[in-house]
Design a protein around this ligand. Structure first.
Ligand code: NAD
Length: 293
């Protein structure tokens, strides 16, 4: 089982996908980065190069390590490029029907002994596993954002995940220099089960007029020593992703305490998704972020 994983596929080259490709390549794995959008792939490769260069400038890695890591990543806009990977991590948008379709297409080309993982923030691993031809070789490997900086990875077994898959995934994550927290397969796992209701409550605090954006973020930064305010953090995660996670908690646990704040819904409906669209609880189009409420 040792060294079973050498070549890693990453499906989805957004902010999480490019981070996972980055740390896997630095960890010595060959990486195939896949996306439906050739344009997204191009910009992901540029982001990875920029982030590796920043690590060189900060003396975290050497210039040789940067070059070697970049050489280990190939991009492919076709599933066929993933066929001989030992592990494929799906990290496309947080929509169950999109993920299920990806797994169906992937399993028709992927070698049968390969492990399939999802970086989902909240969706049931057992249910996603059931849409593949190999539920025993399916696992949740949940990275935190930004991937190169955050120390933690959650590992989530589905009901059918076998020990060999769990052990190989644990070894893979350890080789990336990350710490593991094992979570049972319940909605949103550990980190987001605790973090997202706090963010949602911060949005209710804004919605009910208890405080404005600046006051709420300052309160939690200075009053609870959080490195980022909850609204700043929501913009960083992506308000669409925040809403999806709250919906999964609300539906999955059937408890009204998880109801998504109507103001969060409104921002998402407006297409104000946070940093990635330049506007959310803050407007990022100018030199400095300006609160939008
Ligand atoms: P993102 O919007 O930045 O990127 C999603 C990418 O998936 C896009 O490049 C898109 O083109 C691609 N994509 C869409 N459909 C695809 C398909 N059928 N095949 C291949 N690629 C496809 O999103 P993100 O923030 O990187 O999130 C990705 C996943 O990671 C989600 O499941 C999310 O819940 C999870 N996650 C996000 C965070 C976070 O803080 N943003 C943290 C941990 C986990």
């Amino acid at each position: 089982m040792a060294d079973m994983i050498r070549k890693v596929g990453v499906i989805g080259s957004g902010q999480m996908g490019n981070g996972i490709a980055h740390v896997a390549a630095l960890g010595g794995f060959d990486v195939v980065l896949n996306d439906v959008s050739a344009e997204r792939l191009k910009s992901a490769m540029a982001t990875i190069n920029g982030n590796l260069s920043r690590q060189v400038a900060k003396k975290i890695i050497t210039e040789d390590a940067r070059k070697a890591a970049l050489d280990r990543i190939v991009s492919s806009d076709s599933m066929d490029g993933l066929a001989d990977c030992d592990l494929v991590i799906e990290t496309a948008v947080e929509k169950e029907e999109v993920k299920r379709k990806i797994f169906q297409d992937l399993c028709t080309v992927l070698k049968p002994e390969a492990i399939v993982a999802s970086n989902t923030s909240s969706i049931s691993i057992t249910r996603l596993a059931a849409s593949t031809d190999r539920p025993e070789k399916f696992i949740g490997i949940h990275f935190m954002n930004p991937v190169p900086l955050m120390e933690l990875v959650e590992l989530i077994r589905g009901i059918a995940t076998d020990d060999a898959t769990f052990d190989a995934s644990k070894e893979f994550v350890t080789k990336l220099g990350k710490q593991i927290a094992v979570s049972e397969d319940f909605p949103a796992f550990i980190v987001n089960r605790i973090l997202l209701p706090m963010i949602n409550e911060a949005i209710y605090t804004l919605y009910e007029g208890v405080g404005n954006v600046e006051a709420i973020d300052a309160a939690m930064k200075l009053g609870a020593h959080h490195p980022m305010g909850p609204l700043e953090l929501a913009d960083f995660i992506g308000l669409d992703t925040c809403l999806s996670i709250m919906q999964v908690l609300h539906e999955g646990l059937a408890d009204s305490k998880y109801r998504p704040c109507p103001l969060l819904v409104k921002y998402v409906e407006a297409g104000w998704l946070g940093r990635k669209t330049q506007r959310g609880f803050y407007d990022y189009r100018g030199e400095k972020p300006v609160p939008t409420r």
